[in-house]
Design a protein around this ligand. Sequence first.
Ligand SMILES: C[S@@+](CC[C@H](N)C(=O)[O-])C[C@H]1O[C@@H](n2cnc3c(N)ncnc32)[C@H](O)[C@@H]1O
Length: 269
Amino acid sequence: MADDYILGNLANEIARLEIQSAFFEPLTRRTLLKAGIKEGMNCLDVGCGAGTVTRMMAQMVGEKGHVTGMDVDENYLLYCQKNSAANTDFIHDDICNSRLAEKNRYFDIIYSRFMFVHLKDMSKAVQSMKRFVKNGGAVVIEELDHAPDSWLCYPENKSVDTLREVYVTLVKKAGGDPFAGRKIYRLLVEESFDASVECNSPCLLMGHEPYNTLGWRIAESLKPQILSFGLLSDQEYTKMYDDLKQLSNDGKSFVTYARFFSIIGRKNS
Ligand SMILES: C[S@@+](CC[C@H](N)C(=O)[O-])C[C@H]1O[C@@H](n2cnc3c(N)ncnc32)[C@H](O)[C@@H]1O
């Protein structure tokens, strides 16, 4: 189990990852198609979490292809194994210190989403991905960037600001980088990838199930950490949580889901 993944792996967090994945599915599918995913390919999903992207990629590569999901957290892997497709397998590994080389496995596409924010050393992960992708293959990374104005709620809502602030603080405390999204393109160029980058800022419409629940679900996943670090008192946490629940039912509001960066790097040498 990864001690530094601040959102944990409890039932609420798995439900949150599934909802978040459904929300980002169209953007991720588009990015993978742009990267050239096709039937028969052998792919890797790094930091697969609940395995939703692994399953989508497995569908895209078809029965002649194969997708491996990798995660440092064994509890997620157990969940993935129970919900897996025939052309997938799951491995317990840390991309920054990977044992893949021993297994002699190389991939057409290596994908990773929402993991880089949690890494202590992003360069190490990029170098590892470069090692395990075939020449002519692609490394594809999608990551958020939690800049101060990137969780935009209209009308303004103080509890959304508080949640962003505690999230950013907790990511930093765990050694991650809440502004990872903007930094990955540069890392790929430095590793001689032929790279492209896109940025989107998708809107969560309040009053529309299930995406309107993502705010309070993040708060719920973070609760133990928020309280144990004393970032909010019990009373302040409850007020933030109640406000977020109320906001989720306000059909006239929306919140932008940070900034979503999609980076594709083609390995040419
Ligand atoms: C926010 S979840 C994202 C899950 C999934 N990619 C998605 O988009 O729904 C991040 C995942 O990365 C995993 N992770 C964090 N550091 C890792 C590392 N060094 N190597 C492999 N997995 C890692 C965590 O255990 C967690 O499951």
